[in-house]
Design a protein around this ligand. Structure first.
Ligand code: FAD
Length: 413
């Protein structure tokens, strides 16, 4: 029966980075990846719309949420320079865009995966596919990992099973459940970086896009706002700026809290005219009242925004006039207010399927942030999205996955 120095459970970004690092340290023959799917790196291939936004030049702790001690520990070991060095050692060339987002030079996620796989193959590291651990035992000799048909022994184990987001790509809660059976607790999971389903459904807005500012308002106070392209769907709101605001929304919908504090009300406000102050917008609306006097009132903003969005704003404003020329001064002021504060109410929905990451997971109460080793079970490590750390859009989640995999591997003796 073959025993390995390190068994890595889950062959995603974190597990593969851990495997490359362990192979260098202990020789590939002593390393095994246990992957429940038929392929490794499936989610990696889907990242950045297939382009793989691998990291970001603007790397700092403010882009991470959840357990700050773990995020800080990974960032201190692994900045963007380290990431570049790690990947250049695998023959991967990177480039960055004007906003600092880093991509493979090929603009293809497959290049990243192939460079990693080539390296693992060359090192002789073993990958066992369709291996779903059912039970893991630890004793003084190490770990016994059992699937339905197979048993693997290892001195150390790295858990890198990902989390519940986009589980059609393979990762789910099974890793966290395995750890629970071993007595390692996890903070409850909730989706982050997801679209937001809303109670107001302007079905005709499906497919409409508009530049704007998305703000989240809790109990009357703005807690986050992001500017970008808002995408409307038949269910609610999407687009990167919506994804970036979705974390507190999902926390509120799942637990009635934001940042752990009880919250009574949460709304999303859209400013559809971020470049215009209210006065300038009123001035523009007055001129449109003249230009479009005989047209239906729903057309009043059609010279500035998509006419379906103009119609939705009239609907939201409650203005019941039939022609643009019928609008009075109060209507103009009210409509300008509505366009700069177009309110949507998030609706409870299962968003893990469309989320890019899960928030929650294993934290520094269970894991030593400096080594990522369990405080309860010696030589058991956790990395990647299983940890209670989630990042903003822009390459921060992959950076953390790779960095935490390397940190765990570096600490194995
Ligand atoms: C559509 C999409 C686009 C994204 N785009 C970006 C982006 O451009 N930039 C960015 O930074 N982040 C992006 N992310 C987030 C990023 O992909 C994840 O944060 C990252 O992949 C997490 O890496 P991981 O290794 O922890 O988990 P995963 O990549 O999910 O890998 C986990 C692996 O473990 C395996 N596994 C799970 N359970 C078990 C088990 N019990 N036994 C054995 N194997 C198991 C899974 O099959 C999988 O192979 C995106 C996510 C999605 C869904």
């Amino acid at each position: 029966m073959k025993s390995y120095k390190v068994a890595i459970i889950g062959g995603g970004a974190a597990g593969m980075a851990a495997a490359v690092t362990c192979s260098k340290k202990f020789g590939g023959k002593n390393i095994i990846i246990l992957e429940k799917q038929q392929k490794i790196g499936r989610k990696l291939l889907a990242t950045g719309n297939g382009r793989c936004n691998i990291s970001n030049l603007n790397m700092d702790i403010t882009h991470y949420h959840g357990d700050q001690r773990i995020a800080q520990s990974v960032l201190s070991l692994f900045g963007t320079k380290n990431l570049k060095r790690f990947f250049s050692g695998l023959g991967l060339l990177l480039r960055d865009d004007p906003e600092g987002r880093m991509y493979p030079y090929s603009n293809q996620a497959i290049t990243v995966l192939e460079c990693i796989k080539n390296n693992l193959e060359k090192s002789g590291a073993e990958i066992r596919y369709e291996f779903l651990p059912k039970a893991i035992r630890s004793d003084s000799k190490g770990f016994t990992i059992q699937s339905d048909s197979d048993t693997v022994y290892a001195d150390s184990v790295i858990f890198s099973c990902g989390s519940k987001a986009s589980s059609s790509l393979g990762s789910d809660e099974s890793g966290i459940k395995l750890l629970k059976k071993m007595g390692i607790r996890s903070a409850p999971l909730f989706p982050a970086l997801s679209p937001v389903e809303t109670s107001e459904r302007y079905k005709y807005l499906k497919g409409v896009r508009s530049k704007g500012i998305v703000s989240v308002i809790t109990d009357g106070k703005e807690i986050i706002s992001k500017c970008g392209e808002i995408q409307f769907s038949d269910k609610g709101l999407s687009g990167i700026c919506v994804f970036e605001c979705s974390r507190p929304v999902n926390e509120y919908l799942c637990f009635g809290t934001v940042g752990g504090k009880k919250t009574n009300r949460l709304d999303i406000s859209l400013d559809i005219f971020p470049e215009l102050k209210n006065d300038a917008l009123c001035k523009y609306l007055r001129s449109c009242r003249g230009y479009f006097a005989d047209l239906p009132v729903s057309m009043i903003l059609s010279g500035a925004i998509n006419k379906k969005l103009s119609e939705a704003l009239i609907c939201f404003s409650g203005i019941r006039k039939s022609r643009c020329g019928d609008l009075n001064e109060n209507d103009i002021i009210h409509l300008a207010d509505c366009a700069k504060n177009f309110i949507f109410t998030p609706k409870k929905a299962e968003q893990f399927g469309s989320a890019q990451v899960s928030a929650g997971g294993i934290g520094s109460d269970e894991i030593d942030p400096d080594s990522l080793m369990s405080k309860k079970i010696k030589n058991l490590y956790v990395c990647g999205e299983m940890l209670n750390v989630d990042g903003d859009c822009g390459g921060y989640n992959l950076h953390f996955a790779f960095g935490s995999g390397i940190l765990a591997a570096n600490n194995i003796k």
